[in-house]
Design a protein around this ligand. Structure first.
Ligand SMILES: [Cu+2]
Length: 235
C-alpha cells in the first residue's frame, strides 16, 4: 500500500506550490497528472513524427496493399497484439488517474455544513454583480475594514473554513475564484454550495479576484468582485 500512498502523495515540486492547492496530496496529484500527460504526449508525437517521415508517399510508389477502398475495412496489416496493447494500456492509465482523482474530488465536494463552517456567506448573483451576506448572525470582526458595501466585495477571516451558499436572481452565473481553485454554478431557483479553507490561502492587503464564468449577457465580463482574506485575532 505504501507504494500507492507514495505515488499519490509524492512531493510537490516547488514550481507547483501555488497550483492545485497547497495541500501536498492534491498538489502532488496535479504534478503526477502533468508527468503522465508529458509521457503520453511524447509517445504520441514521436510515433506521429516517425510515421510522417518513414511512410511519406514518394513519386512512383506502388499503391499500398491496404490503400483505402470505399466500404472495405483494411485488415491486411491487422495485429491483434498491438490492438490489445493500445486498448489496455491507456485503459489502465485512465483507470489509475480516475482512482487518483477521487480523493481531491471528494475533498472539494464534501462541503461542510452551515454549523461546521467558521463563516457561512450567502452569495447572490445578479446581472451583473455579486451580492454577499454573512449568515448565522456572524459578527464582523473589527479587523474587517476593506469593503464599503456588500456588493462586489467580501472580506473573510484567514485560517477559517468558509462556506458559500450560492444562488442567482435572474440567469445562470458562476462563482469563480481561480486563486483558490473554486468554481460553482449560480442557478436561479436553486441553492448550490462550495467552500474554501483560508488556512491554505495567504492573507494579504490586496484582494483576490472573483469572476463570473458563465456567459450571462452584455456585461458578463464586467461582473467582477473582490475577496479579502484578513488575519483576525482570536478567529
Ligand atoms: Cu454572470
Amino acid at each position: 500500500m505504501s507504494v500507492i500512498t507514495d505515488l499519490i502523495y509524492f512531493e510537490n515540486p516547488a514550481i507547483w506550490d501555488n497550483f492545485g492547492g497547497t495541500s501536498s496530496g492534491i498538489g502532488g496529484l496535479v504534478w503526477q497528472m502533468f508527468i503522465w500527460s508529458v509521457i503520453v504526449g511524447l509517445l504520441v508525437v514521436t510515433w506521429l513524427a516517425y510515421n510522417l517521415i518513414f511512410f511519406r508517399h514518394k513519386e512512383g510508389d506502388p499503391e499500398p496493399k491496404d490503400a483505402l477502398k470505399a466500404g472495405v475495412f483494411p485488415h491486411e496489416r491487422g495485429d491483434v497484439k498491438i490492438e490489445l496493447t493500445w486498448t489496455i494500456a491507456p485503459l489502465i492509465l485512465v483507470a489509475w488517474l480516475t482512482f487518483l482523482s477521487l480523493a481531491p474530488l471528494n475533498y472539494m465536494w464534501d462541503v461542510p455544513d452551515n454549523e461546521d463552517a467558521d463563516v457561512t456567506v450567502n452569495v447572490t448573483a445578479g446581472s451583473w454583480y455579486w451580492g454577499f451576506e454573512y449568515a448565522n448572525d456572524y459578527e464582523k470582526p473589527g479587523e474587517f475594514t476593506k469593503c464599503s458595501s456588500n456588493i462586489n466585495c467580501l472580506e473573510v477571516p484567514a485560517n477559517s473554513v468558509i462556506r458559500f451558499n450560492i444562488t442567482s436572481q435572474d440567469v445562470l452565473h458562476a462563482f469563480y475564484l481561480p486563486d483558490m481553485g473554486i468554481k460553482q454554478d449560480a442557478v436561479p431557483g436553486l441553492n448550490t454550495a462550495t467552500w474554501v479553507d483560508t488556512s491554505l490561502v495567504s492573507p494579504r492587503d490586496e484582494p483576490y479576484r472573483i469572476y463570473c464564468t458563465e456567459y450571462c449577457g452584455n456585461s458578463h465580463s464586467m461582473m467582477l468582485a473582490e475577496i479579502y482574506v484578513t488575519e483576525v485575532n482570536n478567529a
